[in-house]
Design a protein around this ligand. Structure first.
Ligand SMILES: Cc1cc2nc3c(=O)[nH]c(=O)nc-3n(C[C@H](O)[C@H](O)[C@H](O)COP(=O)(O)OP(=O)(O)OC[C@H]3O[C@@H](n4cnc5c(N)ncnc54)[C@H](O)[C@@H]3O)c2cc1C
Length: 406
């Protein structure tokens, strides 16, 4: 038996592969157990197959969670620049679009291939089709149970991700259960970065329309947050990046029993008065009082009936365009979400090392933690940072648990 420190990693996704590389670079013997046939299944789907792997912009509003500052502390220990340097070193050339960083090849596959090449170079064992069903700790060692084997380890890194985007055959996703069995507490998980289902949307007939607009989250007419960009109108509600970015908050408020509405502005570059004046000009130019004719040539045809519905004057038409109100009923579900909000409580984990403060020697990374990020590469960045911090510290000889969250 080797006298190297033995580290078992549960999950060969973004944070698990990063954790494995960092632990192996720290001279640990590393085995990664993955329940799927192949590693990195979710990574291949990121950024519509192009993988938006990080973001060089301002991270202050990028993360949500009971303590969103946890993410900033994790990124202090392994930063965006560290991430870009790491990928450059393993052969991935990157490019940035307004701070959103992608592989130059525009293929998520190239990110996964570079990670797996580095794993092979470091002789990391990746065992596929190995679902971990239980983890127990006995004095200084862990026992990791799968259906075929019991592994022993000095440290365990839980990198199981969540049920976001999984289909039925890929469930259950048991990372939270494994953490709870070792003494951790969790914040309820909900879909985030997810399409929203809204009352009355199905009657609007706008399914399939994509349009630049602004989406504002309101409770009792108080505006809580706004996001602009391309909104996708669906048969049952709304989707697209602006909707994704407010969906997590909308669902938490809704589950808290509050009446949550979305106000859609389909002409965000003009304020209300300018929009009305513009529509009046079009009425005069086209010499018509027909609301549909005024909008023809301005908006997608499929959207026009929803915008003209019930409007008998330019004022009412302006209201429909600038402030289309929808009542949020729920989300399209975890299977349609990019991430989940909630997860393992971050006050039980050291932000700089990803080590559990409840169970020394256990490390927890990525989406399992009660942090979720905005669109733009922030979720993967959190996976890289927490994975790197965990791998580095799990490999340390004579590692000691930190007693406070720094
Ligand atoms: C469609 C889609 C697009 C996205 N696009 C982006 C993007 O462009 N940019 C961005 O920043 N984020 C994006 N995300 C989010 C991002 O993919 C995740 O936040 C990130 O992958 C989380 O990393 P993780 O390591 O925590 O979990 P994952 O990458 O999900 O890895 C978890 C791994 O653990 C395995 N596993 C689970 N349970 C067990 C078990 N019991 N035993 C063994 N193995 C187990 C799983 O099979 C999986 O391989 C996207 C997500 C989706 C679904």
């Amino acid at each position: 038996m080797s006298d190297k420190k033995q580290v078992i990693i549960i999950g060969a996704g973004a944070s698990g592969l990063m954790a494995g590389i960092m632990a192996a670079r720290g001279e640990a013997g590393v085995t990664i157990l993955e329940k799927e046939k192949k590693p990195g299944r979710k990574l291949l789907r990121t950024g519509n197959g192009k993988c938006n792997l990080t973001n060089t912009g301002d991270l202050r509003c990028a993360y949500h969670g009971t303590d969103s500052g946890f993410a900033a502390r994790a990124l202090d220990a392994f930063s965006v620049q560290d991430t870009i340097r790491f990928f450059t070193e393993i052969g991935l050339y990157t490019t940035s679009r307004n701070g959103w960083v992608y592989p130059y090849a525009e293929q998520a596959e190239s990110v996964l291939t570079c990670l797996l090449r580095e794993c092979a170079k470091l002789k990391i064992k990746i065992k596929n089709n190995e679902t971990v069903t239980a983890v127990t700790k006995d004095k200084d060692h862990f026992r990791v149970q799968t259906s075929t084997w019991t592994y022993r380890a000095d440290s365990v890194i839980l990198c199981c991700g969540t049920a976001a985007s999984l289909v039925k055959s890929q469930l259950p996703c048991n990372g939270l259960m494994l953490a709870e069995s070792l003494g951790h507490n969790t914040v309820p998980q909900r879909p985030s970065l997810v399409p929203l289902i809204c009352d009355g949307a199905s009657k609007k007939g706008w399914g399939g329309v994509r349009i630049q607009g602004k989406c504002t989250l309101c409770v009792n007419d108080v505006e809580l947050s706004s996001e602009a960009g391309q909104i996708q109108l669906t048969e049952q509600g709304v989707s697209g990046i602006p909707v994704f970015n407010i969906s997590g908050k909308a669902l938490i408020l809704k589950d808290g029993g509050l009446p949550v509405t979305l106000k859609l502005d389909f002409f965000p570059d003009f304020d209300r008065a300018m929009t009305q004046a513009f529509l009046e000009k079009r009425r005069d130019l086209l010499a018509t009082d027909d609301m549909k004719s005024i909008l023809t040539g301005l908006f997608p045809e499929k959207l026009i009936p929803a915008l003209t519905g019930g409007a008998h004057s330019i004022e009412e038409l302006t209201d429909n365009i600038k402030s289309c109100e929808l009542q949020v009923k729920g989300s399209a579900g975890a299977g349609s979400a990019q991430v989940m909000s909630g997860g393992i409580r971050t006050d039980e984990v050291n932000a700089a090392t990803s080590e559990s403060m409840v169970c020394p020697g256990l490390f927890i990374t990525g989406e399992l933690l009660d942090i979720d990020g905005a669109c733009g590469g922030w979720n993967l960045q959190f996976a890289w940072s927490t994975g790197a911090n965990a791998g580095r510290h799990a490999a340390l000889p004579n590692r000691r648990i930190y007693d406070k969250n720094i």
